[in-house]
Design a binder for this molecule. Structure first.
Ligand code: G6P
Length: 451
């Protein structure tokens, strides 16, 4: 019997934040998977302020495609609606306020003696306030112009942003991060096996993800991996200081923490390192500004037709694998297990059903269904429920411009907690980000916070 397929043979992909220095990663991923993914149109969208970078990326992407010999049209535009119309996959990877806003997110908390990081703690909170209204606006365009499209959200803080989309729009979205695939790669390296030989049972929140079990061809190797991480095996990302783990702590935790857990479990050491770095080479954003400038100099070179090695200095390793594997699983109905950000729906019973969690999920053309994880140890349950409480409050603060929810969010965040620090940080975030927070400035806070 001949099988009929309703799969489209012409896929339109839109990258919002197309002028990002990471875009060549995605282009490489699209080229590498051309046999299973008939992507023939890639639209790169950015805002006017990012125009120069956008056109540099467009030219490089065209050279990369030309070198591959594939027939893929690349088009850069400042017209988001035109690009979104009729799209099949929309990837979002933008940064409202650019790296300057990120530098503020990192510096303001440090002034008050708390972790300054772009996705966790008070820095991630500030980024969420700027980002969520913009992404919900993009969602309105998608609802109208491409209601069947899948939106893959990389925009940080990815878990919070995905939760806002799922709560406040009807867009089909899945949140993504490169941390899970990076963890798998690093475990493969320490076990001297291939990543394909490993299965990881991952569950938690974005940038608060544990691998609860690791299997090597059916054998539970969780304890061995914990031992190797405790012995100092490489287990971090380029953007996170590799503070060594205490081996006894890891064994009693019984699950492999992601690199970002250092901010929660080794707060004092990470804070000391951040302060020292801020005074010497600058915060991570300030360091990244220099790498970005060098990258764009390379990208301008008309001889360059591949992703340069320098891009590996950024934290986004394996980012194209994470996103294009997901597109592959959705389009080809693979029913494979990928780690994604999805609605909990009972997978972690300690969290609300409508909370977004990051976890191993089965991916097919119908979307992502999380595996059921059951209960965790009190140590893990305690942290995850507290961080989720912060995230829920932060989403509400960002959507409604609600000062009180914002204050409560920061007070619930384990990296802030103290109410005086929370208030001072919140007031400064609102003041410094005045241009990006219209949801707050038509409300009560306009009277409270001098600009
Ligand atoms: C990690 C995170 C990403 C983040 C990136 C930042 O990979 O998972 O969410 O965007 O680091 O890297 P950067 O080079 O900008 O500090």
């Amino acid at each position: 019997m001949t099988q009929t397929t309703s799969k489209k043979q012409h896929l339109k992909v839109v990258i919002i934040g197309g002028g990002s220095s990471y875009t060549p990663e995605l282009i490489e991923g699209i080229i590498n998977r051309h046999q299973q993914l008939p992507i023939n149109e890639v639209h790169l969208v950015d805002v006017t302020a990012g125009r120069d970078k956008l056109y540099i990326i467009e030219a490089l992407a065209k050279r990369m495609i030309e070198r591959s010999g594939l027939n893929i049209e690349v088009k850069a535009t400042l017209n988001r609606r035109e690009a979104i119309e009729g799209a099949d996959f929309i990837m979002t990877q933008f940064r409202v306020g650019g790296l300057y806003a990120r530098a503020n997110d990192e510096k303001i908390p440090l002034k008050y003696g708390v972790i300054g990081q772009e996705t966790t703690g008070a820095g991630g909170f500030a980024k969420a306030l700027r980002t969520i209204p913009v992404i919900l606006d993009i969602c309105k365009d998608i609802e109208e112009l491409a209601p069947d499209a899948w939106m893959l959200n990389f925009t940080n803080p990815a878990g919070l942003v995905t939760e806002a989309i799922l709560k406040y729009s009807s867009v089909k979205t899945i949140g993504l991060c490169n941390v899970p695939v990076s963890m798998q790669m690093m475990i493969a390296e320490m076990m001297a096996c291939t990543p394909e030989q490993l299965s990881l049972e991952c569950a938690g929140l974005n940038h608060l993800l544990w691998a609860h079990k690791v299997w090597l061809e059916g054998k539970d190797i969780t304890s061995t991996v914990l031992e190797k991480v405790g012995d100092g095996a490489n287990f971090s990302m380029k953007n996170i200081f590799e503070e060594p783990w205490n081996p006894d702590f890891l064994q009693s935790l019984g699950a492999i923490p992601c690199p970002y857990h250092r901010y929660f479990y080794q707060t004092d050491a990470m804070l000391a390192e951040e302060k020292q770095a801020a005074e010497s080479e600058g915060t991570r954003a300030e360091q990244v500004m220099k790498t970005e400038a060098e990258l764009f100099e390379l990208y301008k070179d008309v001889q360059l037709d591949e992703k340069p090695k320098l891009l590996e200095e950024r934290g986004g390793a394996y980012y194209s694998d994470a996103s294009l594997n997901l597109v592959d699983a959705l389009y080809n109905n693979l029913n494979t297990i990928n780690v994604v950000n999805v609605r909990n729906n009972g997978a972690i019973p300690a969290l609300p059903n409508d909370a977004v969690i990051e976890c191993s999920a089965v991916i097919g053309s119908w979307g992502a269904k999380p595996l059921a994880f059951g209960s965790f140890s009190p140590a893990i349950t305690g942290l995850i429920t507290q961080v989720k409480a912060y995230e829920q409050l932060a989403v509400e603060a960002a959507v409604h411009g609600d000062y009180d929810k914002g204050l409560m969010a920061l007070t619930c965040n384990p990296l802030v907690q103290d109410i005086n620090k929370a208030k001072n940080i919140l007031d400064e975030i609102l003041k410094v980000n005045y241009d990006y927070l219209p949801q707050f400035y038509s409300k009560k806070v306009a009277q409270d916070v001098p600009t």
